[in-house]
Ligand binder design. Structure first.
Ligand code: G6P
Length: 608
């Protein structure tokens, strides 16, 4: 998704903007641009493709001098990823420049009106209406023009604006798209994400929807949409810069895979005290949790896959009906729920547009809402009745790894606690599960030790055009995520299949060219899964079994195996996914793919 950044201070803005944009690269983009105010006028350069192309333009056609500017990485929605469509966009007289993340839903009608008034459009974007509206309303009072412009916009937007008449000043506004302000010494910034601010400051202001800010090098004034000045809290981010950088690993994805033992420990350890699970962060929600009659879990992408795991686990352990649904469906379905429904919303970023919309819809229907989120203070975290943070630390790679496993860890804590409160597990089982949770970080480490083995297998199979992941129960839920990992970063087609469904059609695709990865860690259905392995073997497929360390029978059935540390069945997914993340990583690496920035994908999908 688009990334925006702005700087005003005592240093040259262009290098700082380019550096900030490179820290937002992980969000996914296909063109980029910067605009800088040199004290007299606004100068702008844009390029399609990677940031390097923009850097080359700045080197060749710059320098872009000035200490105040805005930058943007664009993920195309309205119009192709061309230089003309890249941001910033300039007003016809060059007085205003804008960068925008989000979608202006009513841009077509604005565009028609502005065209009729003589404004000339140079791009196909929804964004360009904003600079022309600014131009139209501007009568010397910037704030006034900005408020009038904002009042005309429907949709989602994080905006950064430069005005030629106001050197040393940035205007920003947020509505349903992420935007953070950074307070430095003699310099101030804004960005879509805290990672772009960290080289300059750890002191941030979180803007809320509808808020506007006027930023100079020494001052930030935040106002509501009517222009009333607000006192905003300044928070200190504890993430350090190194944590957001690669730390010696070739890719962020690999670094983040390796960080999983530590991340899972951060999710679990503070929540177990004297052998008991403590979720006191939930406040009032904790009190009503045992009265819930139904659970609905909703999310997108990998977070949804974590929800699928939780669906199996919670219903089994807590004896409560659980429904799991992707947020983009739930939000438009007029779902049936009430105050006895607990809606669990899962999101790494907390900014996924569909997830936010589904959460709002569930709240509207009167459900109680609990968010499982990584990014502190994100929209999902703010909207829900209660939050359990995953404490995974910054996740940069587009393909999530530690984001997913920490979601599973937190969902496990929740499931065990709920089961205990509902009386569906006895104390012995409770204590056993808590003990298993405490051992999870070291089990994750053992799973990471499969790295060399996973790399060897990847080398053998990286040339496949398509493959299958099969499993049952939680193994099947992990298949969904393992298959997505492979598709996302290696562009190899794969399918996740409930093993029992194969014979209803898909088995027609199985032949000697297929690799079938059979996930068989879920002990209760091991024999059933083994039968499915025999079915595909009989049709000539090669089989990679993923089984518990203790389970040696796989060797007589599969061609090779990855042996996963033994854990309680409900925690299997946390360790089982790790060698499969590594497998996907090594396949993509063998195929020379851009692992941290897969084509067409974005880390945080802040538009619908
Ligand atoms: C994007 C990312 C996925 C992620 C999904 C949901 O598609 O590429 O990795 O799982 O969004 O993101 P969230 O931040 O809500 O977990």
């Amino acid at each position: 998704m688009c990334g925006i950044v702005g700087y005003v201070g005592n240093q040259e803005a262009a290098p700082i903007l380019l550096d900030g944009l490179s820290r937002l690269e992980y969000r996914g983009y296909d063109s980029a641009g910067v605009a800088v105010h040199d004290g007299e006028a606004i100068h702008m350069l844009k390029a399609s493709g990677r940031l390097q192309a923009l850097r080359e333009r700045v080197d060749a056609e710059g320098p872009l001098q000035g200490t105040c500017g805005i930058g943007h990485t664009r993920w195309a929605t309205h119009g192709a990823p061309t230089q003309d469509n890249a941001h910033p966009h300039l007003s016809n007289d060059g007085k205003f420049a804008v960068v925008h993340n989000g979608i202006i839903e009513n841009y077509l009608e604005q565009r028609e009106e502005l065209k009729a008034r003589g404004f000339v459009f140079l791009s196909e974007t929804d964004t360009e209406v904003i600079v022309h509206l600014m131009d139209m309303y501007y009568q010397g009072d910037l704030k006034q023009a900005f408020m009038q412009t904002a009042a005309r916009l429907d949709g989602s937007y994080a905006l950064g604006i430069l005005c030629a008449d106001a050197p040393g000043q940035l205007l920003v506004m947020k509505n349903a798209s992420p935007l953070i302000l950074g307070l430095g010494a003699g310099e101030n910034l804004f960005a879509s994400d805290v990672t772009a601010l960290l080289p300059h400051t750890h002191n941030i202001i979180d803007l809320d929807d509808g808020e506007i800010a006027l930023i100079t090098s020494n001052d930030i004034t935040v106002m509501d949409s009517l222009g009333n000045v607000l006192q905003k809290e300044v928070t200190r981010v504890t993430w350090n810069r190194e944590a957001a950088e690669r730390g010696g690993y070739e890719h962020f994805m690999l670094k983040e895979i390796m960080e999983q033992p530590k991340a899972v420990k951060s999710s679990i350890e503070p929540r177990i005290r004297d052998g008991r699970i403590v979720l006191d962060e939930l406040g009032e929600l904790a009190r009503v949790l045992p009265q819930m009659e139904r659970v609905v879990i909703t999310a997108c992408g990998s977070a949804y896959h974590a929800g699928v795991v939780a669906g199996y686990v919670m219903e089994d352990l807590c004896r409560i009906p659980v429904h799991v649904e992707v947020a983009s469906e739930l939000r438009y379905r007029n779902p049936l729920m009430d105050e006895r429904t607990l809606v669990v919303v899962i999101s790494q970023s907390g900014e996924t547009a569909d997830t936010i919309a589904a959460l709002r819809e569930c709240k509207r229907q009167g459900a109680r809402t609990l968010a499982i989120v990584n990014v502190v203070g994100s929209t999902v975290a703010k909207l829900a009745d209660g939050v359990l943070y995953t404490w995974a630390g910054p996740e940069i790679s587009v393909a999530t790894t530690k984001g997913y496993t920490t979601q599973l860890a937190v969902l496990s804590l929740l499931a065990i606690q709920l089961a205990w409160q509902r009386g569906t597990i006895d104390d012995a089982r409770y204590q056993h599960l808590v003990g298993e949770l405490q051992q999870l970080p070291s089990k994750c480490q053992r799973a990471i030790d499969l790295n060399t083995h996973a790399a060897r297998i990847a080398k053998r199979y990286h040339g496949k055009r398509s493959l299958f992941y099969i499993g049952r129960n939680v193994d099947y839920a992990v298949c969904l995520e393992a298959s997505l990992k492979l598709k996302e970063i290696s562009y190899i087609h794969s399918e996740a299949y409930a093993a029992g469904e194969l014979k209803h059609g898909t088995i027609a695709l199985i032949d000697q060219n297929q690799l079938v990865i059979a996930l068989a860690c879920y002990q209760r259905l091991f024999e059933k899964l083994l039968s499915n392995v025999r079915e595909v073997k009989a049709r000539g497929a090669r089989v990679l079994g993923v089984v518990r360390e203790a389970e040696r029978r796989i060797y007589s059935e599969a061609d090779e195996a990855l042996l996963v540390p033994d854990v309680d069945a409900m925690l299997v997914p946390v360790v089982e996914i790790i060698p499969l993340q590594l497998f996907a990583y090594h396949v993509a690496k063998c195929n020379g793919c851009d692992i941290d920035k897969p084509k067409n994908l974005a880390k945080s999908v802040t538009v619908e």
